[in-house]
Design a protein around this ligand. Structure first.
Ligand SMILES: Cc1cc2nc3c(=O)[nH]c(=O)nc-3n(C[C@H](O)[C@H](O)[C@H](O)COP(=O)(O)OP(=O)(O)OC[C@H]3O[C@@H](n4cnc5c(N)ncnc54)[C@H](O)[C@@H]3O)c2cc1C
Length: 281
């Protein structure tokens, strides 16, 4: 059994990380289920008591999701329509008990190919804020997640939170997930689409990301370019747009099924941009 630290300030947390190798824990809903029947050996830095890391802030510049922001807090925060994909993901991750404890940042740092939050953060163009003693930096989520369970975080760094920039134009985003059942399920495929709209309803800018179809969630730049300047139309999404994806066969689905499901979900996501309640606001 290793050390267990529960600091109350960011400064104390960073001092601990500078002085030894700790596993950072937030909700621990990824960490502990992966270690069932094993004796905890590592030193734990539990950030669940750290002040200043739990208040979600929304201002003209965007949304700040601090490291302790749970999925439940995201659901309840009354976020603006451009973050609709994040709220939709928050309501589909695990069940209520998991949503009450599990954090957005934990989902990101765990870097599972099946993490529902990562395609959403990619589509929302989010940045990760990291800190080590005396130093802070921000990097794009696309540069933070390097692969299956691999991130750009150094061992002495703490992720303080994630910033989602406010879009320049009226915008909406959608999240769609396919699993073997509706709830409490690891995704077979999930897609996130964020779009900004011109006054006439055409798409001015789009970001599209697909998860569980590669070792990490990926954006689809060719599809994003195709959507720009067009009215939302599912027929704009073509199989060639999925070329960057590298789905695998596993216990949940075959690669071919994943590819086909991704195409269908992407078309549904584009269609839903045009549905009542999902237009530009
Ligand atoms: C029953 C059940 C259902 C689930 N359903 C889903 C689901 O539908 N979709 C889904 O995507 N996930 C699901 N999960 C997985 C998990 O709940 C989520 O990924 C969750 O968001 C992880 O957050 P956490 O705070 O619990 O992370 P933790 O377990 O505390 O941490 C996860 C990883 O991130 C690191 N970490 C956490 N915070 C920081 C930080 N601030 N700085 C640096 N490193 C950090 C930890 O060291 C660890 O490696 C489920 C889990 C369970 C048990």
């Amino acid at each position: 059994m290793g050390f267990y630290l529960r600091p109350q300030t960011v400064s104390d947390a960073l001092t601990a990380l500078a002085g030894g190798r700790y596993t950072v824990l937030a909700g621990a809903t990824d960490h502990f289920p992966a270690r069932v029947l094993t004796r905890p050996a590592e030193d734990i830095l539990d950030i669940s008591g750290v002040a200043d890391l739990d208040v979600i802030r929304v201002d003209a510049g965007g949304i700040w999701l601090p490291a302790r922001a749970t999925w439940r807090a995201v659901s309840d925060a009354g976020l603006p329509p451009f973050a609709g994909a994040l709220v939709a993901a928050a309501r589909q991750i695990g069940g209520l008990q998991v949503q009450n404890a599990a954090t957005v940042v934990g989902n990101l740092c765990n870097a599972s190919p099946a993490a529902d939050g990562i395609p959403v953060l990619l589509a929302l163009d989010a940045e990760v804020e990291l800190a080590r003693l005396g130093e802070r930096r921000r990097i794009a989520v696309a540069d933070f997640v390097l692969g299956n369970r691999r991130t750009a975080r150094a061992p002495d760094e703490l992720v303080l939170g994630v910033h989602i920039p406010a879009p320049a134009l009226p915008a909406r985003s959608v999240f769609m997930k396919l699993g073997a059942r509706a709830y409490l399920v690891i995704s077979i495929v999930m897609v996130a689409l964020a779009a900004e709209f011109l006054p006439d309803g055409r798409i001015a800018a789009a970001r599209v990301a697909v998860g569980a179809c590669s070792s990490r969630a990926l954006r689809l730049p060719a599809l994003e370019a195709t959507l720009c300047g067009r009215f939302p139309d599912p027929d704009l999404v073509q199989p060639d747009h999925l070329a960057p994806l590298r789905p695998i066969d596993d216990v949940r689905a075959s690669a071919a099924y994943r590819r086909s499901a991704a195409l269908t979900l992407l078309r549904r996501a584009v269609t839903s941009l045009d549905e009542p309640g999902c237009g530009p606001t």
